[in-house]
Design a protein around this ligand. Structure first.
Ligand code: AP5
Ligand code: MG
Length: 215
């Protein structure tokens, strides 16, 4: 394992966390862990947990801290891997739980995807996600080469997420401001926060991220 820190990506819905995490996995030796993806997998599988959280996710509210922390712990093994945490922590309780129960004394750094919230609805309602391989597209900013066909795996099932409609996006952004923005202060206060300009094109954002990680 390299001696790079565990990465915590912080940013509003649509700021590009999932897009950049996938690129970082290709460029560096990280594994991507997205609590949103883990929860959506539970919903798709029809598990007891999935049925319990489905309506909450569809409305854009946050799932309870205990459920998400347990799911995260079940899916990561810090002794043997380096992770990109995407979508966790979402509030201060989760930030403290991540430090105390998951990271413990393992080195980590938080990176804030800095972007004006006003541009995010347009990004989000135009997102399409490949059902086959999870590749993230955008009808305005990152179209597949052939309409409706995944460049990576050839699937023709490019889906709009259930929570990617204007009404739910408004609620998600409101919750982000209320619950997740305060987490920035938590990391800043400890000198563990870096920033990237997430309004730039995705290749430029990737360059900034790699700089932050290597310095
Ligand atoms: P989650 O899946 O985490 O969603 P989110 O935080 O709302 O973030 P998104 O996935 O929408 O955005 P992203 O930053 O990954 O953007 P992306 O790269 O796709 O959470 C979903 C739900 O699960 C929550 O609402 C909650 O209910 C529950 N949940 C999850 N974690 C939880 C937790 N810890 N606690 C409690 N509940 C939890 O990009 C977006 C679009 O923009 C794409 O189309 C992309 O192609 C495009 N794009 C990306 N970068 C650029 C760029 N640089 N320029 C132009 N377009 C770009
Ligand atoms: Mg995402």
């Amino acid at each position: 394992m390299s001696n790079r820190p565990q990465l915590i990506l912080l940013g509003a819905p649509g700021s590009g966390k999932g897009t950049q995490a996938a690129k970082l996995v290709e460029e560096l030796t990280y594994q991507h862990i997205s609590t949103g993806d883990l929860l959506r997998n539970e919903v798709a599988s029809g598990s007891e947990l999935g049925n319990r959280v489905k309506a909450i996710m569809d409305s854009g509210d946050l799932v309870d801290d205990g459920t998400v922390l347990e799911l995260l712990q079940k899916n990561c093994d810090l002794a043997n891997s380096q992770y990109i945490f995407d979508g966790f922590p979402r509030n201060e309780v989760q930030a403290k739980a991540l430090d105390e129960h998951v990271l413990k004394d393992v080195a980590s750094t938080a990176i804030y995807f800095d972007i004006d919230l006003g541009v995010l609805e347009q990004r989000i309602v135009n997102r399409r996600v490949c059902k086959g391989c999870g590749e993230i597209y955008n009808l305005l900013f990152k179209k597949p080469q052939s309409d409706g066909v995944c460049d990576k795996c050839g699937s023709t099932d490019l889906q709009l997420r259930k929570d990617d409609n204007p009404e739910t996006v408004k609620n998600r952004l409101k919750i982000y401001k209320e619950s997740t923005e305060p987490v920035l202060k938590y990391y800043e206060g400890q000198g563990r926060l870096s920033r990237v300009d997430a309004s730039k094109g995705s290749e430029e954002v990737l360059k900034e991220l790699i700089n932050v990680i290597n310095n």
